[in-house]
Design a protein around this ligand. Structure first.
Ligand code: SF4
Ligand code: FES
Length: 235
């Protein structure tokens, strides 16, 4: 049985796609980078951050490319002045409510995603400074996962990876809006939850709100050793 090939126009170029692909997936496949924060290719699209918006000809407003399926003969622009301005405003809002944008890259694989985007869009303006959501639980006495939710942007990647990839459902969400808090069942420490300490949540977090305590500890110890070595070699 032959698979029907469909075609769309992306920033003026024709590309084929298979039924079911989203605009974001087609763009990524052909080497275009659309900014995103709540997207993780392993997970069901969530459509929360709106950074991935694109313009589709014949549609009135921009649409989230991560949740919009490609359609035959669709014409898409991944950026224009208005869309870039919208992305900057969204990042200014996220940055304004985040007490720290710069975090140690050793916290996790994706921990620099927010920093990179905020700097690319020059979004450290503090224009929307006000309430912050999420409160750190850095006193959670487990040796593996730092829970620094002051830096949380409610992208739910940790919640989704725990459910969709691991099937553990150890992480959940409490409240809404500025009161949103990533937590566990009964708000217990991770050790008393269904968490298996697989580390998937840490590696997908785009802000470093979750951190790999082992890697961070090793770096500190290693740095101490290197400092000692440097002292010895100069004596
Ligand atoms: S802890 Fe990280 S991954 Fe989880 S919702 Fe917050 S920012 Fe997203
Ligand atoms: S990446 Fe599409 S809405 Fe967040």
């Amino acid at each position: 049985m032959s698979v029907r090939q469909s075609t769309l126009t992306l920033d003026g170029e024709r590309h084929t796609f298979t039924e079911g692909e989203t605009i974001y997936e087609v763009a990524a496949r052909v080497g275009k980078t659309i900014p995103s924060l709540c997207y993780d290719p392993r997970l069901e699209a969530f459509g929360g951050c709106r950074l991935c918006v694109v313009r589709v000809k014949a549609l009135r407003g921009p649409v989230a490319s991560c949740t919009t399926k490609a359609v035959n003969e669709m014409v898409v622009e991944t950026q224009d002045e208005e869309i870039e301005a919208l992305r900057k405003t969204l990042l200014e809002m996220v940055a304004s409510e985040n007490p720290r944008i710069d975090v140690d890259p050793l916290r996790g694989y994706a921990s620099q995603e927010l920093t990179t985007l905020v700097d690319r869009y020059d979004a450290r303006t503090g224009r929307f400074a006000g309430a912050n959501s999420g409160h750190s639980k850095t006193d959670d006495a487990n040796p593996f996962i730092l829970r620094d939710y002051d830096l949380c942007i409610s992208c739910y990647r940790c919640v989704r990876v725990c459910a969709e990839q691991e099937g553990d459902y150890a992480i959940s969400v409490m409240n809404r809006g500025f009161h949103t808090q990533i937590t566990t069942e009964f708000d217990n420490p991770l050790k008393e939850s269904a968490c298996t300490f697989c580390g998937q949540c840490v590696q997908t977090c785009p802000t470093g709100a979750l951190g790999d305590r082992k890697a961070m500890r090793f770096a500190t110890e290693d740095d101490g050793q290197q400092t000692a070595d440097r002292r010895v070699s100069t004596q």
